[in-house]
Design a protein around this ligand. Structure first.
Ligand SMILES: Cc1ncc(COP(=O)(O)O)c(C=O)c1O
Length: 438
């Protein structure tokens, strides 16, 4: 007999049947948000939300003031340039030099409506460079929305779970897939959403060498820039630098999100940086869809143009001010986001103390960093069952099966919406869960 379940099962299940998915394990992040909102509203029980990576910290005053100043100066009545405003392009270029140790002209630095738009635009061009190539290879697990982008665009993709192919083992696996599946681009996030493993320089070198050898474009997704807190990458112009594939190939593109490192998710402004070589590359097959055969021109003046015709002015000014402060060493973004690592450490302990186990439990034999996400399972339950059962305890997450993980038993837990004041409630609910299921 299961006792003291916080939320009525019948109520939860009736809401669940109204949802558009047949398996809760297939639900997208936003669908889980909708589901948890509905259960919360009908039951009156506040959920502990771990499904969505919404920053749980305040935006810096530096950005706020810059946005207000820009708004008052009258920029809102004008269209912003598609490639981004000049001062932002300048600060992005400085940022890439200061924190990745890569020289890049502002000409190849662009503003996008979040990294989400940057990846969409890149897919639209990178997947069309060669009519004989199939599409993108995701080094997974990964961010489910990017697969949705591919699906909505009508493209093909391939994927593999990298956990068993770390270090030198990555080379054979990656090369085999690049050749067999006729891959045009490779995408990974580093640190990795959801597992929080981080690729080493050795692994990035392998990816870079294979990209050069097979003329594949790398999409390096730095959504969690500098957030492998085992190292401090936050001193401008000083090592250690955030590791990057750009050290090992000219075939690189980068997505640098402002959402997490700068808690700027709501303003939907991200950075897209493309190597000069990729920008200037010419692919006759692009002409099937674009006005030119040049990669960069197609990317900015065709793909980005049709997606939103630029990014709103004021967030660009806000981000410019933030980057300038970070580049000048006046503001240290890492100090603000370090809190996520502390939350992850505490939350993992609560889960592990109550019968849960980590799915991805080490980083090349080393302990995992503590950061924005971690992955858990409860022995004997599939990911879908676990997600479903946790709903009765007012806890929401997403199933790893939506991330390209081989581990269908696992869930991704995000720490951003759980602050210290909620730890005791998390502990209480998980103790109850464990008591009822063990
Ligand atoms: C790995 C990864 N890439 C990209 C994004 C999208 O970021 P943005 O808010 O800049 O669109 C996210 C957001 O959670 C993410 O986790």
């Amino acid at each position: 007999m299961r006792n003291n379940i916080p939320i009525d099962k019948k109520l939860t299940d009736s809401i669940l049947t109204e949802m558009p998915f047949s398996d809760i394990g297939d639900a997208s992040i936003r669908e889980i948000v909708k589901l948890a909102n509905a259960v919360e509203e009908k039951s009156g029980v506040k959920f502990l939300r771990m499904e969505m990576g919404v920053p749980g910290l305040d935006v810096s005053e530096i950005a706020l003031e810059a946005e207000i100043k820009a708004f008052k100066s009258g920029v809102a009545s004008k269209y912003a340039p598609i490639e981004g405003i000049k001062p932002l392009k300048h600060e992005i270029s400085r940022f890439v030099k200061n924190f990745l140790d890569i020289e890049i002209s502002p000409d190849y630095c662009f503003a996008t409506v979040g990294s989400a738009q940057g990846s969409t635009a890149l897919f639209m061009v990178a997947n069309r460079t060669d009519r004989n190539k199939r599409g993108v290879l995701f080094i997974d697990p990964g961010f489910p929305v990017q697969k949705l982008q591919i699906k909505v665009l009508g493209y093909e993709y391939d994927t593999f779970d990298v956990f068993n192919f770390r270090g030198e083992k990555l080379r054979e696996k990656l090369e085999k897939l690049i050749i067999e599946k006729k891959i045009s681009s490779v995408l990974y996030s580093n640190p990795n959403n959801p597992t929080w493993i981080s690729f080493t320089d050795e692994e990035l070198q392998i990816i870079g060498e294979l990209a050069t050898k097979h003329n594949v474009i790398v999409i390096e997704d730095l959504a969690y820039f500098g957030m492998d807190f085992r190292k401090d990458y936050s001193e401008p112009g000083k090592p250690p630098y955030q590791p990057t594939v750009a050290k090992y190939t000219d075939n690189w593109t980068m997505l640098i999100s402002s959402s997490k490192a700068f808690s700027y998710a709501g303003q939907r402004v991200g950075m897209l940086v493309v190597s000069e070589k990729v920008y200037k590359s010419r692919y006759p097959d692009l002409k099937r869809f674009y006005s030119t055969d040049q990669f960069g021109h197609s990317l900015i003046y065709n793909a980005l143009y049709i997606l939103s015709a630029g990014v709103s002015h004021t967030p660009q000014y806000g981000l410019t001010a933030l980057l300038k402060a970070v580049n000048d060493g006046v503001y240290n973004y890492r100090d603000d986001v370090l809190e996520y690592g502390e939350r992850a450490e505490a939350m993992k302990k609560i889960f592990l103390d109550n019968g849960f186990k980590l799915v991805y439990d080490n980083d090349l034999g080393e302990p995992l960093a503590d950061g924005f996400y971690f992955t858990v399972y409860y022995p004997g339950m599939s990911g879908s069952e676990l997600l479903h059962n946790l709903l009765y305890y007012g806890i929401s997450a997403i199933a790893l099966q939506t991330t390209g993980s081989e581990h269908s038993e696992g869930l991704r837990a995000c720490v951003s919406q759980i602050n210290e004041t909620m730890f005791s409630e998390l502990e209480r609910r998980l103790q109850l869960f464990h008591k009822n299921f063990s």
